[in-house]
Design a protein around this ligand. Structure first.
Ligand SMILES: [Zn+2]
Length: 484
């Protein structure tokens, strides 16, 4: 069997401890205000402004995208990135939904309405995070149309130029990228023409801060013994990272012949991933765009990208390690492993229950639902969320807000909005049900990946003032699962 086939790759994203720090809370009924505000959103600036003033808020609210018109007491972000984030988050929300009953629907209901799906392929699913590639594809068109650079693109350019005219350039580009060699070469050209060192450096800093918090979570663990903790922290410290792209591609365009870590690191891949075999994490440059990065505010970026980084680190915390001799070594004691398995069952049962509650029809298939196949990813989602939130809380965050967006959202609320917004998905109920039943899927559908970790994370309920016993702030025994 080729090595590649046995490598475990956990791709993509983001679990729960009671986080002690209490976020600052809005002092007025923002929920009511937002609902009213949305109703008048596009009618007139005047009415919105007067409405704001009626609520005693000293801020301007003009058409999103226009420059500030009056001085104000709060620090509002007017950068291009902030305006883009505000527009996207605002358009994605459904304010008729209570964030404490279904946060995913609250943050993404507008997105679902604007992106309806049919049950037919290829329109079976629309995913906000896919838009990270819009920016990348624009640049690839520029690269393909400039014959003066990158001679290794000659064949790709020829195929591309034969196609454009008959088909849409975007379709021609997709066809081109389906060819693995062309995909690699275009990725190399992309990294060379757009090295994006600012984004990469920003991601490196975020990675270090999230990593510190992952280690703290493990160090504070109540169920792991000292040796298991020390081995796990060491493993986290040893994680190899490739951030952006492999720098070798800047001088050597050839595709690695040997199946190794470098072959995984295609610059155009847009999903971050962890490779168990190498204890390595890759965060490709193509993923470093909105709605994941370049969002204008730390709160949003830690919510979106920070939780993804935390998720990938969480995959590293496991009872085995792939040692230097190429052997799989157990690095946890038997006692720690059995306590882990016991705690893991909470997640298995919780997700199975969530899935069963989602099934409205097809009652005959409910018996097939199993929470085991997705448990590793579900735990990683919660650990990633906790670590990213802790890292974000350690920042010296000023009370910055997004222009035009719910001006009283505190940074903690923006963190959770950033987290959910990047994960907005539109798919049919049938698609979600099939996804739950299909044994090949190790991830839970996105609505569960947003809501369930948030339910398990008390800091969420605190940030949104969710009443005890509400759907997103459960109090029943066994209704919350946590590891660290
Ligand atoms: Zn994963």
């Amino acid at each position: 069997m080729r090595t590649r086939a046995i490598l475990l790759v956990f791709s993509c994203l983001i679990m729960a401890v009671n986080f002690e720090e209490t976020p600052s809370r809005p002092m007025f009924n923002w929920y009511r205000w937002m609902r009213e505000r949305k109703e008048t959103k596009r009618t007139s600036n005047e009415s919105s402004l007067s409405q704001l003033r009626n609520f005693g808020i000293k801020v301007r609210f003009e058409k999103i995208g226009s420059p500030p018109i009056e001085a104000e007491t709060k620090d509002v972000c007017y950068s291009e990135e902030c305006i883009e984030s505000a527009n996207r988050i605002w358009d994605s929300m459904d304010l008729s939904v209570d964030p404490c009953s279904d946060f995913f629907q609250f943050a993404c209901g507008g997105y679902m309405k604007k992106n309806p799906v049919t049950s037919k392929l290829p329109d079976h699913q629309k995913f906000q995070m896919d838009s990270t590639l819009i920016n990348v594809y624009k640049k690839l068109h520029v690269i393909l149309e400039d014959d003066s650079k990158h001679p290794f693109l000659r064949r790709a350019r020829r195929n591309y130029s034969r196609c454009v005219g008959k088909d849409e350039p975007s379709k021609c580009l997709r066809d081109l990228l389906a060819n693995k060699n062309f995909e690699w070469f275009l990725g190399v050209a992309y990294a060379r023409d757009y090295p994006q060192t600012d984004k990469i450096n920003k991601t490196k800093i975020m990675l270090e801060t999230v990593k510190t918090e992952v280690k703290t979570l493990v160090e504070n663990s109540m169920w792991m013994d000292r040796e298991s903790i020390e081995n796990s922290v060491e493993k986290v410290d040893d994680v190899r990272t490739v951030i952006g792209y492999d720098p070798v591609t800047l001088t050597d365009h050839r595709k690695p012949r040997v199946n190794g870590l470098k072959a995984f690191m295609k610059p155009l891949r847009n999903n971050p991933f962890y490779v168990t075999h190498y204890n390595a994490m890759c965060l490709p440059v193509a993923s470093m765009n909105s709605p994941v990065l370049n969002l204008g505010l730390d709160a949003l970026e830690y919510g979106a990208m920070g939780t993804i980084i935390g998720h990938e680190f969480a995959h590293c915390i496991h009872y085995y390690d792939h040692g230097k001799g190429g052997l799989w070594n157990t690095i946890w004691s038997d006692g720690t492993i059995s306590r882990f398995n016991f705690m893991k069952d909470c997640f298995v049962n919780q997700y199975a229950e969530e899935f069963r509650n989602f099934f409205t029809g097809r009652r005959d298939e409910v018996g097939k639902i199993d929470g085991r196949k997705t448990v590793a990813e579900n735990i990683a989602d919660l650990v990633g969320l906790q670590a990213a939130y802790r890292a974000f809380k350690r920042l010296n965050v000023t009370n910055r807000m997004l222009m035009g967006l719910i001006t009283d959202y505190c940074p903690e609320q923006l963190f959770f909005l950033g987290m959910a917004n990047a994960r907005c998905t539109s798919e049919s109920v049938g698609f979600t049900e099939d996804f739950i039943l299909d044994w090949s899927h190790v991830h839970s559908p996105w609505r569960f990946r947003v809501n369930v970790p948030l339910k398990n994370f008390k800091a969420f309920a605190e940030a949104w003032n969710c009443p005890s016993g509400s759907e997103m702030n459960p109090i029943k025994n066994g209704s919350r699962c946590t590891l660290y």
